[in-house]
Design a protein around this ligand. Sequence first.
Ligand SMILES: [Zn+2]
Length: 91
Amino acid sequence: MNFSAPELLIVLLVVLLLFGASRLPKLARSMGQASKEFKSGLKEGYKEEPVEGPCPFCAANVPAESKFCPGCGKSAEDIVAEKAKKNQTSS
Ligand SMILES: [Zn+2]
C-alpha cells in the first residue's frame, strides 16, 4: 500500500477516532521519553564505552566485559573514565 500525504492524514484521523485521542499523547510521551533516554545515554557516553583495550593506568590489556583491570586492579568504571579524560585532553 502506498499512501500520499492527505491519505495518511485521513488514516491518522481514523486511528485517532479508533484508539481515542487520549492515548496518543501517552504514546507520544513514551516515544519522547525513549528518545530522551537515548540522547542522555549518548551524553553519558563513557558508561557505554568498552573497557576493552590497554589500561590507562598500567597499560595491561583489559579484556572486554571485565570488571577490573588484570594489571592494577582498577575498576572498569575508573578505566573507562580515565580513557574518556585522556581522549578529551589529547584532542
Ligand atoms: Zn591497569
